[in-house]
Design a binder for this molecule. Structure first.
Ligand SMILES: [Zn+2]
Ligand SMILES: [Zn+2]
Length: 307
């Protein structure tokens, strides 16, 4: 048992180190792609300033490329540096309770539901490693070594857990990265094909370094675009049914999920109610105050679902 714990500890430490490597990898891919798109392919078409059609397409592609790059980097850093949600220090109702036959505190009805759903109701939802009671939908992350509110998963790309407060940032990061990688594929593949003379004249202007950058950036961006598409479809279905990646395994087949309160409300629990902020990694003060799910402790449940 001790050996198993040691191995698990080593694995978690290794994953943490891998996370920092992933930040460097992310930066390297961005720099390579930037070089291929801006310096090798489309940037040179802006000079000399002219009214030719290639000038306008280069201007449009570079404007879109930089806008998406800004949005994806902003969402990325918000997901990396923000706390996904920690259990408040004073939120410890269970340790004060005798083990059995005492109802949970009346101010936290949702805990009753969680305790009832566990196989060992007498222990409730308590994290022995953090020594705190666990609110509903909260899970312990072995890599962060702490409990995370409405934990979705630990993401090695953002070196952080994705939880109640950061799920929106993570989803925007996925969306903008998918759009950016798709744009890069569309912007680079014509130059790539021209180099081999596909579709007419050969692209003799490309240096071997420039061609290598275009080749590598095209392959990497295509691979990311395809895998992100699958990931986005999966998270969209989770978002609209108000389910976390962890809860997919808890859901009973054929029973409507207890936190599924309708697509619009499910969406607003993650993205907020302010339409103007839906596309930005931000929340209004009002939403943070009025939407309990964003604080990660209380979650409205369907009244017609048997919990
Ligand atoms: Zn914990
Ligand atoms: Zn984590």
């Amino acid at each position: 048992m001790i050996m198993q714990n040691m191995n698990l500890f080593k694995l978690c430490s290794a994953l943490r180190v891998l996370g920092y490597f992933m930040i460097l990898l992310f930066a390297a891919i961005v720099i390579l792609t930037y070089y291929a798109v801006v310096f090798v392919t489309w940037g040179p078409l802006l000079f000399p300033l002219s009214s030719s059609s290639s000038f306008f397409s280069a201007f449009f592609i570079l404007l879109l490329f930089h806008t998406l790059l800004l949005l994806l980097t902003w969402s990325y850093f918000m997901a990396v540096f923000n706390d996904p949600g920690s259990v408040p220090l004073n939120w410890t109702p269970l340790p004060q309770l005798p083990a059995v036959a005492v109802p949970p505190p009346s101010n936290v009805e949702f805990e009753l539901e969680e305790a009832a759903s566990t196989t060992t109701p007498s222990t409730g939802r308590y994290c022995t490693r953090c020594q705190n009671a666990k609110p509903p939908r909260c899970h312990h992350c072995s890599i962060c070594q702490r409990c995370v509110l409405k934990m979705d998963h630990h993401c090695i790309w953002v070196v952080n857990c994705v939880g109640a407060r950061t799920y929106k940032y993570f989803l925007l990061f996925l969306l903008y990265t998918f759009l950016e990688t798709t744009l890069v594929c569309l912007a680079l593949i014509p130059s790539f094909l021209r180099f081999f003379g596909v579709g007419g004249a050969k692209n003799h202007k490309l240096s071997p370094g420039g061609f290598s950058a275009i080749f590598l950036a095209s392959i990497l961006n295509l691979a990311f675009a395809l895998s992100l598409l699958c990931f986005i479809v999966m998270h969209l279905s989770l978002l609209l049914s108000n389910t976390t990646s962890v809860e997919v395994h808890e859901k009973k087949k054929g029973v409507r999920w207890r936190y599924d309160v309708g697509r619009k409300k499910n969406f607003e629990q993650v993205f907020g109610t302010k339409k103007a902020l839906w596309l930005f990694p931000l929340f209004s003060e009002e939403d943070l105050e009025n939407i309990p799910a964003l604080r990660g402790i209380e979650f409205p449940t369907r009244s017609d679902v048997d919990v």
